[in-house]
Design a protein around this ligand. Sequence first.
Ligand code: ADP
Ligand code: MG
Length: 588
Amino acid sequence: MPTIEDLRNELRRIDGRGYPAYKDLRGCCFRSNDATFEVHLDHIQGDPFAAPSHVRIRLAHSVAGFPEWTHSNSSRRIGLENHLAHIVSAACGKFSSRAGSGKSGLLDIDAPGKEVIARTALLYLEDAIEVRLSLGLPARGRRIAGREAAQMLCDCLPQLAADCLRFSELDADKIQAAVETNEDADALRSQLKGNHLLAFVANGSILPRRSGIDQRPLGSNDAIAFQSPADLEVTLTTPNRGAVSGLGIPVGITLIVGGGFHGKSTLLNAIERGIYNHRQQDGREFLVTCPDAVKIRAEDGRSVSGVDISPFINNLPNQADTTAFSTENASGSTSQAANIIEALESGADTLLIDEDIAATNFMIRDQRMQELIAADKEPITPFINKVRSLYNDHRVSSILVMGGSGDYFPVADLVIGMDQYLPHNLTKEAKQIAANHSSIEVNENPAFGSISERSPQPASIDPRKGRRDVSVKSRSTHHIQFGEHDIDLSALTQIISSSQTRAIAAALVYACEKNIIDGTRSIAQILDLIEQDLNRGLDTLSHGHRGDLAIFRRHELAAALNRLRTLGISNIEQGVKNKGSDEGKRKR
Ligand code: ADP
Ligand code: MG
């Protein structure tokens, strides 16, 4: 294999030539004399103004020297990778030297956010630590700046590896905190199921964020730390911190109530994010939620393809078939119904619903309205009439924020009242009130109804655009351009990074190319197969070594597919789901 010095000579040789001469380096790899450090040039940009080139650096473990405890299980390893990616991200700023034309001198990594999830930007592999970077190959005008390129590739990159990827150069206490925090969070989450819990919020957690667009925790002077009511407190164990106590939200139906601005939505939003681990100092490190909790909201305007929303909606004025409901433009209530059925289809076991973003007529219908509008004139069976049977028949729990209506008191298992940002157990009081108003009965339907399975039709999922066989891109966290069409993901607040969106886009292409979407498989089967392949790592999804992908959940992948406006569906025969049994639910 050629050496770094060979690369330096080559870059000097092509100094001043036209930019395309860089192309000869594509796919080449250069190593240090002692073979412990390598630079791979995976992708070379076409001109100085195009998207930057992709380089990979690898540092052998013999030099990196991370002790066993930093990566002894996957929780620790992901915590370490994430921590190192933050360090490399800071160093990229230092080593970037933007001089010359276009992207010249740019050095960047797909930096992680507050959530700690598996990413391709930095990988602790069997033989080496690998970092995938974007690098703007330097130019003057459209001519190669070879000396500058040599400095970046042959001096800066080895220096960056030496500074950021050697254990001896780093703060061991911070590494320990990162890997232990991640391991403890995984340990907490793994205890939820056995304790019949949906979520756990450790005492002392800081839930509020600085603003709607800033995920940093609210300053410690302003934030009121979370404290569980004594009678709802549970204690779980962690490998590194010992016992941790906090609020345990049990399976079943939980209401979060309280006055306006008392922290209800903040609690639910934090629970929604608890499907992911968080960095230390985030305030939510020890708030964990079961992995299959799905946020549900009204999303009027979305398209819906062949979804059986008949558990909630029947007899629409236009006689539309609600057992295979399709529309280009769903209403608040039909979109929310479709969102729920699709979540059940992808295997959700918990629904999270906030009154702020739910369709009122989907959630409740009060006594007076029932008197005015006869039942046979109202297509909607509100969620309140189904929430119990959803749990009884399908073991799907709900956590609902409901500040404006007491109608759910009779059906709730637990009522948490938020008062000045602190939770209280108000179940007894709410049940007493419900008993005092026993004339108001919940017209609860005895059965939820079956959840039919749908099979996406491959011809309807077309990634082609113009002359390109595959043109699939994502420019932001909540948008995918799929062939000729746009997929709007703005309602999916559990997608937390554009790296996840890119991976979801890649997974859709993968499912088409590998014929996983074959016209007969159900959505659940398709998701199972993709998940299975993803066990081999995110590189499965891409050609080459992309450094800009992050792991996502099956629910968000299904949600993206369901929002593709061209999606065609054939319905698979019904009757798979049995009452109260696990049959037909996906295997875990
Ligand atoms: P609700 O849904 O009950 O109307 P929100 O959850 O939207 O209330 O919270 C209202 C405001 O209070 C938000 O600006 C939020 O950031 C802030 N807040 C929420 N929880 C806390 C807390 N624990 N400490 C301080 N401020 C908080
Ligand atoms: Mg609110």
